[in-house]
Design a protein around this ligand. Structure first.
Ligand SMILES: C[S@@+](CC[C@H](N)C(=O)[O-])C[C@H]1O[C@@H](n2cnc3c(N)ncnc32)[C@H](O)[C@@H]1O
Length: 404
């Protein structure tokens, strides 16, 4: 794939819409809503529940405004990435105690590694947790493997797992408890260097992915799957490639948070739940603005599931108490407030559904920038979809092979 051409086209498409994707709708409301074209909003208002759900999946039913149709079509084309095909089936014994998600991921990672790593003898996993990938690679490929994680308790659990299951890799698998940081780390850095060494990072949070890439410049093979892009800092962590620097987008913390929300396949129940969570949050925000304007934007924070299932009043009182606020309203008044603001909270929902269309594209921009960085460092690079997004939504794998 021509990563540079793809990045240039995507940034060109996204830049004019930055007032939509770079700002928080809720924090800037109602001014933030003014960034949304009136014909987009009129179309979104006309949708029924099924139509809203289709919009959430990136599908426009009925007669959408031409500019929205054209934008979504172009975004779909430019975010399409090839899939890695094939799995390495694991036995029941090998997956003992693993979640369906973890098993799904490991079966695909092993299948991806097998044909690409014939020259590899040693590997390191950054943020390796309990060492499941490490023990499977050590067993399947005969590599010596260092699994690094800063969480000693997780690694202890991993050691106990090996003992309990009598897994015969104890000589070739080594847990290292350490925090991997940018800058010189004499005990760790050599593990990332050598043409017969693979550097692996599975769901490396935020900037840890970039630390891995920087440390792996001398590795023969690199696999990185990122996550938690909201933990990145701009400009430190984006753009990271020279080419990306010449084609930057105005990423903000709100835009980074949006990249972690790209999730295509919500079930009907998940979509209904999301709508309820939004409805309660938005109504709470309007309530707080009205009664406590001096507090500015107050964060409702994550509430327990049951609070979203019950009446608005119970949710609102719980959140108010947490924030040390007292609206002096009865349950009936709070519930009536929510009902009377439904038109406005729906408008907020529709803006969110429209803004979410940018999530995957922004995530792809971050990964194209990283792919180009690896090319600039002399690697041959692939960017593939590896996991089923329903199970593991951060499913994009960066694969880099040292060019001969
Ligand atoms: C999202 S988990 C992924 C774990 C595992 N790779 C997986 O896919 O299941 C991230 C892991 O990275 C570890 N971690 C985060 N920052 C780290 C750092 N700077 N150095 C070492 N480990 C780190 C955490 O303790 C955690 O176990």
């Amino acid at each position: 794939m021509d990563f540079q051409a793809r990045l240039e086209a995507l940034t060109h498409l996204l830049r004019p819409w930055s007032p939509l994707w770079s700002r928080s709708i809720l924090q800037g409301w109602p001014e933030s809503g003014a960034a949304y074209p009136e014909d987009w909003l009129a179309y979104a208002r006309s949708l029924d529940e099924a139509g809203e759900r289709r919009l959430d999946q990136g599908v426009l039913v009925g007669v959408p405004p031409p500019s929205l149709g054209a934008l979504l079509g172009a975004l779909q084309e430019l975010t399409a990435l090839p899939w890695h095909e094939g799995i390495h089936p694991l036995t029941v014994a090998q997956t003992q105690g693993l979640s369906a998600k973890k098993t799904h991921e490991l079966e695909r990672v092993l299948a991806l590694l097998a044909p690409r790593t014939r020259f590899i003898h040693h590997a390191v996993d950054i943020g390796g947790g309990m060492g499941h990938l490490a023990r499977l690679c050590a067993r399947t490929f005969g590599w010596t493997f260092h699994s690094i994680d800063r969480d000693a308790a997780l690694q202890d659990k991993g050691r106990r797992w090996l003992t309990r299951t009598n897994t015969p890799v104890r000589d070739t698998l080594c847990f290292i408890q350490a925090s991997v940081e940018d800058g010189f780390q004499p005990l760790i850095d050599p593990l990332f260097s050598g043409l017969d060494r693979a550097s692996i990072g599975l769901h490396t949070c935020g900037p840890l992915a970039l630390t891995q890439l920087r440390k792996s410049q001398g590795a023969g093979f690199v696999l990185n799957i990122g996550c938690c892009y909201d933990k990145l800092e701009v400009p430190r962590d984006y753009p990271v490639s020279g080419f990306g620097g010449a084609h930057p987008l105005p990423f903000t913390p709100h835009a980074l948070a949006l990249t972690t929300r790209g999730r295509h396949h919500k079930t009907e129940v998940e979509f209904a739940r999301m709508k309820r969570v939004y409805a309660w949050r938005f109504a709470f925000d309007l309530l707080a603005k009205r009664h406590f304007p001096e507090r500015g934007f107050v964060r409702a924070g994550d509430a327990s599931r049951t609070l979203y299932d019950g009446p608005f009043a119970v949710y609102a009182l719980d959140r108010m108490e947490r924030l040390g606020l007292d609206p002096g309203m009865t349950d009936a008044e709070l519930n009536a407030f929510e009902v009377s603001f439904r038109a406005e909270t729906r408008e907020l929902l529709l803006c969110h559904l429209l803004r979410d269309r940018f999530a995957r594209a922004l995530e792809v921009v971050l990964l194209l920038d990283r792919a180009i960085l690896l090319e600039e460092l002399g690697f041959q690079v692939e960017l593939l979809q590896l996991f089923d997004p329903r199970l593991s939504p951060r499913n994009l794998a960066l694969i880099a092979l040292r060019s001969a």
